[in-house]
Design a protein around this ligand. Sequence first.
Ligand code: SF4
Ligand code: SF4
Length: 402
Amino acid sequence: MELTGLSAALPTPADPSDHGFDACGRADGPADAFDALLAHLRATHVPFSVLWELTHTCNLDCIMCYNVPQAAPELTTAECLDILEQLAAAGVLRLTLTGGEILTRRDFFTIAERARDLGFALDLKTNATLLTPETADRLAGLDPVQVDISLLGATEATFDAVSGSRRTLSRVLRGVRLLQERGVRVKLNTLLLDLNVAERQQMLDLAQELGVYYEQVFKISAADDGAPRASQHQLTRPQITGLFLADGSPFVPQVRPMTSRTCQVGLSSCLISPYGEVFPCIELRVPAGHLRQQRFDEIWRGAPIFNELRDRHTLANLPECRVCPLNAYCEGRCAGLAWKEHGDPYGGHLLACQQAQARFAQVHPEAAIPETPLQAKNHSAAPVGRGETKRGVVSAIPLLVR
Ligand code: SF4
Ligand code: SF4
């Protein structure tokens, strides 16, 4: 398997997620017709892609889960069906349904089948442990573009240690096979932690053996309420550097214009929570509005946070990042993680700095690694390392490995 660039996909057919479908896409200019279409949708602020957390209930208890269930009731079936109509009317094309675990919602298929009838391109995220032949049949009937499933270890013991459950690996693999037998396109995703990084190659081999698309990431998201949930499991900078070197893919520093964006947050995608809240994205949970009080289109067009991000979220307005000596090596800055660390979506965040330093070390193995402005500012308060922050939040490195 060839490991190149920032994501790994097995086998080789083009992966639609490589086309910048998600808000994190860093493409600054159109490269082909599809990219040109996405650029147009972003420029005209069409809410092309919505990620919807249908529930925060889950049958697993993953160590790094960022969901924080609220006391408020989750959206009812009727509310969900009404929101689907609103999304369709607003121009949403790609709809990703996630949780929690989507299959813990008894009305999941009622919602998903209506979504399919409305013509959305459906992506589903499930842990796959609750799949049965019957639910796999019904899921295949939705004709999803892709089903994303987490692979958190190559052995039962490791997967169980991460997922807080029993026999998770065999249950996940059973679910994967049930979907594959029905022709559903499956993608496995691994969050590399100190607990499972030793099984990195075994997981790659397993994905290859299964013949599924596969991606490894380093991104530990802070919990929605800012709790330092998995800080002790974050990979260190030397570990990240080691993975870059082991990967062997060349990295080319990229000088970006001041008008460029580190991500596409707020332009053509957003997140809906199980309670009806609308946020710019899964990390940047600054409230934009509430679907129990406003219609989707009203929130999308009028929410101050969306309009501000559309107008201002460029490199020129990131005070630390624009003068950073490593900004040409920085591929992991995330506005949401900066916000979780410092309360400022226009800041940098320490683990993105570590990632940039790891890239610098990859390209210049003999050179001293520069300190970033953010690290200099935090030097005495938060030594570069595990991502402890002013808010006690662990940030994440949205770093994809192959
Ligand atoms: S803020 Fe972070 S999670 Fe949100 S779109 Fe940007 S990079 Fe992605
Ligand atoms: S390395 Fe840190 S300070 Fe520099 S551009 Fe990236 S996030 Fe900003």
